[in-house]
Design a protein around this ligand. Structure first.
Ligand code: GLU
Length: 507
């Protein structure tokens, strides 16, 4: 029987969640949901020095905003927890001990100063920063070099130690990556990575393998930057649980910026985290806005991330989350780096705003348009307005510019754009028009337009030359949806008032 699919996202709570991280979540999630599997979130907090308070909650908030709800996690519970590595400390120690017993790992007592000295002494131009590996390990202070008696003595004296893996001399470690196929590593170039730190905490390498085993993970999508760590993980799987149990790995291609690697400056410009953090993220100090604050819809954000390195084989670009789940396949993930283009990201957002319902957009626009909760009347009006202007909004806050004038009179009226062709006849026309709005029931937009045009014709004025002034009077400038639609939503009293006010500014 096929094993039930279980994937995990394993973030370290050390800072913001960036677009690359969310893409990793998304691919894990899509794969899990496609195969009716389980999506686990495990907090990898073993590096106490890098821990940032608040980062864990922030992470779950981001996932919630994206609509990528985990099935098992610290916040969601589950039978294979705890889901925070710091709470699983005793488990790792047991495996480190087993490895030592079998001669596959060893105690290392070297102090940071000793390691520093070793690096300085052994450095050559060809090897400027020597690693802790088979070439140097016998010259250092570890259980392999010191022997059992001395080691026991040091341990009994409570000497701080780390546990290191003993990398085999000459071996080739292989695995089949779901995206890039067969990958192999020559162990003679690899160092003896630390597995257990002096504080008793595991390093990422040991913890990730032990936890993937205990949490019965079957597949893991992670960033390409983790590929160099794979050989250590393969070895640990081989030593501890057997390779058949190892999850299938898929290393996702890097996300590239317009000029190669995504830089910090690109982040400041385009807001790479999902949303702004309420702490100072040392890695992205300059970044004060994420995609949420920039005015992206989560639907659009997920859609654009999915297309960073994947497509369904057709030209189709707009996918809902459910459509992505249905269409997702690993075979269609490219192994080459995916280019992030902010203009294209905005295009996705614009498409999503256009295709979203008024109900969906209402809360998004409401909070951006009003500083206080809208009244029932404002909300009703906003629904009409959204219908009229949503196609004109690329980012959600564009609503301010596109719809603000429906709720407050324009602060400035661009009369300069009117005065050039202004005349006494036109003034008379608008005085008449204001009067009509004030006193006569005008009917719907089409009826208003008809009346407007008939009156213009009767005065031998070109309707085309009156429409722009009319728009400017209502809106303040040369933009917005159909002018009679605007007048209809504004209502006759406001329309009349704005015409009358503009006339006071005109000769
Ligand atoms: N804790 C690692 C991270 O912060 C997880 C890497 C992995 O998925 O194996 O990204």
């Amino acid at each position: 029987m096929e094993k039930k699919v279980r994937v995990r996202f394993a973030p370290s709570p050390t800072g913001g969640l960036h677009l690359g991280g969310v893409r990793t979540v998304l691919f894990n999630y899509l794969f899990a949901k496609k195969h009716k599997g389980t999506f686990v979130v495990r907090i990898e907090d073993t590096d106490q020095r890098r821990y940032v308070p608040g980062a864990e909650d922030y992470l779950f908030d981001c996932l919630r905003w994206c609509g990528l709800e985990p099935d098992e996690s610290v916040q969601h519970g589950g039978s294979l927890g705890p889901y925070r590595q710091s709470e699983r400390k005793s488990l790792y120690k047991k495996y480190a001990d087993t490895l030592i017993e079998k001669g596959l790992a060893y105690y290392a007592f070297d102090t940071p100063e000793e390691l520093e000295k070793m690096r300085a002494e052994l450095a050559t131009p060809a090897n400027p920063s020597p690693q802790y590996d088979r070439q140097v390990r016998m010259q250092l202070r570890n259980s392999l070099a010191l022997g059992a008696a001395k080691t026991n003595e040091l341990l009994e004296a409570g000497t701080p130690y780390v546990v290191r893996i003993k990398m085999p001399e000459q071996d080739t470690l292989r695995f089949t990556d779901l995206i890039r196929g067969e990958v192999s590593f020559d162990t003679s170039t690899l160092d003896d990575k630390v597995l257990l730190k002096a504080d008793g905490m595991p390093t990422y390498h040991l913890a990730v393998v032990v936890d993937d085993y205990h949490m019965q993970i079957t597949h893991a999508f992670r960033g390409e930057e983790w590929l160099p760590s794979a050989p250590v993980h393969i070895l640990l799987w081989k030593y501890l649980f057997g390779l058949v149990q190892m999850p299938q790995w898929a290393h996702l291609p890097l996300i590239l910026g317009p000029n190669g690697k995504l830089s910090k400056r690109d982040g400041a410009k385009y807001g790479f985290p999902v949303f702004a953090m309420n702490w100072t993220d040392p890695a992205s100090k300059e970044i004060t806005e994420g995609f949420k604050e920039k005015g992206f819809l989560p639907e659009a954000f997920l859609n654009l991330l999915a297309l960073l390195g994947w497509n369904d084989g057709s030209e189709k670009e707009i996918f809902s989350l459910q459509e992505l789940i249905d269409a997702f396949s690993i075979e269609r993930i490219h192994s080459a780096g995916a280019r992030f283009d902010y203009e294209k990201a905005k295009w996705f957002n614009h498409e999503w705003i256009k295709k979203s319902s008024v109900d969906r957009l209402l809360p998004e626009f409401e909070q951006r348009l009003f500083s206080q909760p809208a009244t029932a009347e404002e909300r009703k009006k906003l629904c009409q307005v959204i219908e009229l202007v949503k196609d004109r909004c690329t980012l959600l806050m564009d609503i301010k510019e596109q719809a603000g004038f429906f709720f407050t009179d324009p602060l400035q009226v661009d009369t300069a754009a009117i005065t050039g062709k202004w005349s006494a006849e036109k003034r008379a026309f608008f005085e008449w028009l204001a009067d009509q709005y004030q006193h006569a029931p005008l009917g719907d937009a089409a009826a208003q337009e008809q009346l407007f045009k008939e009156k213009a014709a009767s005065l031998q004025l070109k309707a085309g030359e009156l429409l722009l002034p009319f728009r400017i009077m209502l809106v303040g400038g040369k933009f917005g949806p159909g002018v009679f639609d605007i007048a209809t939503v504004l209502g006759p009293a406001t329309t009349a008032r704005r015409i009358a006010y503009a006339l006071t500014l005109l000769p």
